[in-house]
Design a protein around this ligand. Sequence first.
Ligand code: ATP
Ligand code: ATP
Ligand code: MG
Ligand code: MG
Ligand code: MG
Length: 231
Amino acid sequence: MANSKYEYVKSFEVEDEVMLPNLIVVRIDGRHFRRFSEVHEFEKPNDEQALNLMNSCATAMLEEYPDIVFSYGFGDEYSFVFKKASKFYQRRASKILSLTVSFFSSVYAMKWKEFFPQKELRYQPSFHGRVISCASMEVLQAYLAWRQDDCHINNQHNTCFWMLVKSGKSKREAQDILKGTQKEEKNELLFQQFGINYKKLPDMFRQGSYFCRREVTFHPSNETHTINLIF
Ligand code: ATP
Ligand code: ATP
Ligand code: MG
Ligand code: MG
Ligand code: MG
């Protein structure tokens, strides 16, 4: 209520505006999804339907929030990039973060049946998140390159780990075999022991998924069109 004698407590709210010209990025990540993926019997190392569900939630985010121009995700995480000059919720980190995690979590639960018609959602999935304030496009590029590198490292490790486990090794034995191995050794292990050419595994597993909002500019004279990312 306006002019209440208690209104002064409003000034105790944490100030958390992401200042211009920083770019706002939000990354969400499934809470305890190691357990969640076991309880819900996800295929290992990659459950394609679970990834499709994450991708569908990311698309729903872009549909709901016009200021999100780009998203990138793998496994149980997704990053959302807001347009440069976004004024969404006065650029307040806590508002934007809370909306992102709550919307994403509820879409995930609502869409579960669509992607897993045969599997009951056994408990409420939740996501944690953080805001990253990127000072420039270069920082944003480095951020996304870092996430994609993590996708690659995780996927390569998980692919080796689960191949070893499926071939009869215990989880501890598989861990010990992989300890300290470099990328090349892991590729070699997959090829020598299991005949797997890592590079031929699906792109979505190795590199993750992205969605972007695009502006399509048509050039009627030659019928071609150019596509520009809106930023
Ligand atoms: P935290 O709460 O700290 O995020 P976490 O258990 O979710 O804990 P992460 O590092 O986020 O830990 O790892 C995600 C886990 O979920 C991994 O164990 C990964 O194998 C599993 N997972 C996520 N998506 C899939 C998928 N599509 N298929 C198989 N497993 C998945
Ligand atoms: P914002 O996104 O800014 O929070 P809002 O539409 O949620 O926008 P609020 O000021 O939070 O705005 O108001 C909540 C609205 O929800 C009010 O219009 C209120 O009447 C309605 N509402 C919430 N709970 C109930 C309820 N239990 N019964 C009837 N109406 C409700
Ligand atoms: Mg997680
Ligand atoms: Mg994760
Ligand atoms: Mg409200």
